[in-house]
Write a protein that binds this ligand. Structure first.
Ligand code: SAH
Length: 229
């Protein structure tokens, strides 16, 4: 079973939106599992402090390496085969390829930071892989962890209704997805492209591929340069 362990100061944020819809059904059917652990249980002193002022001065607070180490060690033994991820805007941007890898593995241990982030030393000491969900700053790693898990869980066998629908989407072949239409045929004077109503599946497939290419060239030329075929 694919298993996610979350370390957070806000365990009540989980499963959150992943308790609903496809991911939620799969969660209650035992296709995947989620446990969220309160980092503060490993905090220091009567106030269970998890953070302190930055060495060298400056604004904000930094999460302590010793507290995070204790939380990580309690959540997963050293020989746990799951990758240890640290949600971080400095990390490698998450891609569909990395999501596929993660979904094919045993799950993930995910550390969600708050404040200014974590003491740098915890990253090497516990071999954390920093993962970003985009070039913007969130107030904490929880929403990023939810996004990452959502992307993984929908790929697990038996989660999505139609197995194929995962393969024809944006990024799966290095292209953005072609435009989609459904009823009604006339929406405020805008028609569905004639070719989609032709019943000629060969022609439709070619049209979709051309549309996907044109859209990718216009919006995300960066995707085309690194593309297989
Ligand atoms: N001072 C840090 C930002 C801290 S934001 C910096 O400038 O890099 C607080 C926490 O939110 C981060 O430690 C991280 O866990 C999470 N976070 C913020 N933006 C993120 C992003 N784009 N991707 C993944 N996690 C993010």
């Amino acid at each position: 079973m694919w298993r996610a362990t979350i370390l957070t100061l806000f365990p009540e944020m989980f499963p959150g939106p992943l308790g609903l819809s496809l991911a939620g059904d799969a969660l209650s059917r035992g296709v995947w599992a989620l446990d969220s652990q309160q980092i503060r249980e490993h905090g220091i002193g009567r106030h269970r402090a998890v953070d302190d002022t930055p060495a060298g001065g400056g604004a904000g607070m930094v999460m302590r390496a010793d507290v995070l180490a204790a939380a990580l060690d309690a959540a997963a033994p050293a020989d746990d085969p799951r990758p240890r991820l640290l949600m971080s805007p400095r990390g490698a941007p998450l891609t569909q390829a990395r999501v596929r890898d993660l979904a094919a593995g045993p799950g993930a241990i995910i550390l969600c930071a708050r404040f200014e982030g974590v003491d740098e030393r915890i990253i090497a000491a516990r071999q954390l892989e920093e993962v970003s969900i985009g070039d913007y700053i969130l107030s904490g790693g929880e929403v990023a962890a939810l996004a990452l898990m959502d992307a993984c869980v929908r790929l697990l066998p038996g989660v999505m209704g139609e197995e194929r629908s995962g393969e024809e989407e944006s990024f799966e072949d290095g292209l953005l997805e072609y435009p989609q239409y459904t009823r009604p045929r006339d929406f405020e004077g805008r028609d569905i492209p004639e070719i989609l109503l032709s019943g000629d599946h060969g022609k439709i497939a070619r049209w979709r591929h051309e549309q996907a290419l044109a859209l990718t060239r216009a919006r995300r030329p960066d995707l085309l340069s690194g593309r297989k075929g």
